[in-house]
Design a protein around this ligand. Structure first.
Ligand code: AMP
Length: 213
């Protein structure tokens, strides 16, 4: 199963990708997590990416495409994988199709997470992320057992700089202009499914499972 999770920032793609990955054993390929890890290690890719991420802009296509092309050829991707945050524009989607076809593989399904901008702003501005394992929490709806500490790995919970209000606004504009056209792209390929991302994480997980069965 090769799956794309499509939807605006904060729509729950990362949470669901983690759940599905644990359930089915397909790795979660989150380009955002890959960049954050590269930034914390101070690699060349990380240095390049940070400039764009801090502004809420997309990292240049060639950087992200190379990252994904290398990653999907690793052994753990042989049974399938979940793309979370890639592709984010039509050029990336076309590159994905081309790289999969070179490898004799194809995308099975793109699942759209549908939610309003208003709900996203509320979610993203209250979101806290574990700096170690990227688990997500919310200051009002999904608190950790111990304030500021991740339940999973005891890492420190931080507010991502791109979850600051002014950057959230920019990311939503980028989503509507650059990523939303992928809805039509995958509909045309007959690969689009969608779900109501306002529901609870458990209900969204159930809807996602139904789309895959
Ligand atoms: P995310 O965690 O998926 O919201 O990604 C955080 C940030 O990483 C985005 O706002 C972009 O700056 C960058 N990023 C992640 N995935 C991509 C991608 N496929 N193309 C370009 N930039 C990306």
């Amino acid at each position: 199963m090769i799956l794309v999770l499509l939807g605006p920032p904060g729509s729950g793609k990362g949470t669901q990708a983690k759940k599905l990955s644990a359930l089915r054993g397909w790795p979660q390929l989150s380009t955002g997590d890959m960049f954050r890890s590269a930034i914390s290690k101070g690699t060349e890719v990380g240095l390049k990416a940070k400039f764009f991420i801090d502004q809420g802009a997309l990292v240049p296509d060639e950087v992200v495409i190379k990252l994904i092309e290398e990653r999907i050829q690793e052994a753990d991707c042989s049974r399938g994988f979940i793309l979370d945050g890639f592709p984010r524009n039509v050029l990336q989607a076309e590159s994905l199709d081309a790289m999969l076809s070179r490898l004799g593989r194809r995308l099975d399904c793109a699942v759209l997470f549908e939610i309003s901008d208003q709900a996203l702003v509320e979610r993203l501005s209250g979101r806290r992320t574990c700096e170690k394992c990227n688990s997500m929490y919310h200051v009002a709806h999904s608190k950790p057992h111990q304030d500021g500490i991740c339940d999973q790995c005891q890492g420190k919970l931080i507010q991502r700089t791109d979850d600051y209000p002014e950057v959230i606004e920019k990311r939503l504009v980028v989503y509507h202009h650059q990523t939303e056209p992928l809805v039509g792209f995958y509909r045309q390929q007959n690969k689009l499914a969608s779900l109501d991302a306002r529901l609870s994480p458990a209900a969204v997980a159930a809807a996602l499972g139904e789309n895959l069965s």
